[in-house]
Design a protein around this ligand. Structure first.
Ligand SMILES: [Zn+2]
Length: 326
């Protein structure tokens, strides 16, 4: 299996994307932490790990490894990676130099490990390519822009304010700006160049078919960027804490997040407000589906506006939103 891995350490929290991978998130260190969690004595656990990365065997330095050799190799990698995490990345940290940054602690690991050459051989199979990727903050802006806009317009409808054309939000401005720059790329090359520079940024894309190499790459990059790792209080798995003071991993925190706890403690009237907002969001979604269905049936914008009882600009907006999401 040929893997592609890219990182964005400018994000807070930083993100990592591995393809192909099933059920993987965008957490940095995902391959390394998944490898740490697996039980090498349990064939099922190992096959689930490989399946998550759409693989049936490991390819190390061009050679296929399967069966019992695979189990013992994974065990060795696991031990070496655990030593790396404990020596370089983990907080709290066992020696006196508690405040030393991960990048400075690397020398200690290199000094201690008897298998440095073996670890470094993994890096021979990684190809590196510079790519211009769309900046993640642009995606984030688009996502939040749509959500905010739909809640705001729902509110204004409920208050039955006179209909007026809404100002384009940030995400719409980005799209309009980009589409115009693209349309006029030949007549206005400078404008197009500045749009490219505005929305894209340099990333290194790593390619390899060696899965443990991805895990080692993650660990070394975490160290380079001085990102510390914690051990989850509940499941004992490793994770990158965000914000820095959290004590358990994302999975274990899902039901005990501050937001969920906060919501449970809310007074009844505030709870009702949260419920109302959620209902509004759902109502918006249903409205959009209805608009699209009518549109598919060949109804005009005016007809749809009349049937649903909303302004024509809202109909156009809902259709535009759908196009954007595709
Ligand atoms: Zn956990």
């Amino acid at each position: 299996m040929r893997y592609t891995v890219s990182f964005n350490f400018h994000e807070k929290p930083p993100i990592e994307i591995i393809t192909p991978a099933d059920n993987a998130g965008i957490e940095v260190g995902q391959a390394a932490f998944a490898l740490q969690r697996l039980d090498c004595m349990d064939v099922k656990s190992v096959s689930e790990f490989l399946k998550a990365f759409r693989s049936t065997q490991l390819i190390l330095n061009g050679k296929r490894v399967g069966g019992t050799a695979l189990l013992s190799i994974l065990q060795l990698e696991q031990a070496d990676m655990q030593a790396f995490i404990e020596t370089v990345l983990l907080v709290p940290f066992s020696w006196r130099l508690n405040t030393v940054l991960p990048s400075r602690r690397l020398a200690v690991f290199h000094h201690k490990t008897p298998r440095l050459e073996r670890i470094h051989r993994h890096f021979q199979g990684i190809a590196l390519r510079p790519v211009a990727a769309t900046r993640t903050e642009i995606f984030t802006a688009l996502k939040w822009g749509d959500l905010r806009e739909s809640v705001l317009s729902e509110q204004s409808e409920n208050e039955t304010q006179p209909e007026e054309k809404p100002k384009p939000n940030r995400s719409e401005r980005i799209i309009i700006e980009w589409e115009n720059a693209w349309k006029n790329r030949e007549s206005q090359p400078d404008r197009f160049n500045s749009a490219l520079a505005e929305y894209n940024s340099l990333t290194w894309r790593y390619e390899t078919d060696n899965l443990p190499a991805i895990a080692w790459l993650e660990l070394y990059l975490l160290a380079e960027h001085n990102i510390k790792v914690k051990q989850c209080r509940k499941c004992k798995g490793y994770f990158v804490p965000w914000p820095a003071n959290v004590q358990s991993c994302g999975k274990c925190r899902q039901d005990t997040t501050r937001q969920a706890l906060h919501q449970a403690n809310l007074p009844e009237d505030k709870k009702a407000l949260v419920k109302k907002k959620n209902a509004q969001f759902q109502k918006e979604k249903r409205k959009k589906l209805k608009v699209l269905k009518l549109r598919e049936e060949g109804k005009s914008i005016q007809e749809i506006a009349k049937i649903i009882g909303i302004g024509e600009w809202r109909v156009k907006e809902l259709i535009a939103l759908e196009k954007k999401e595709r």
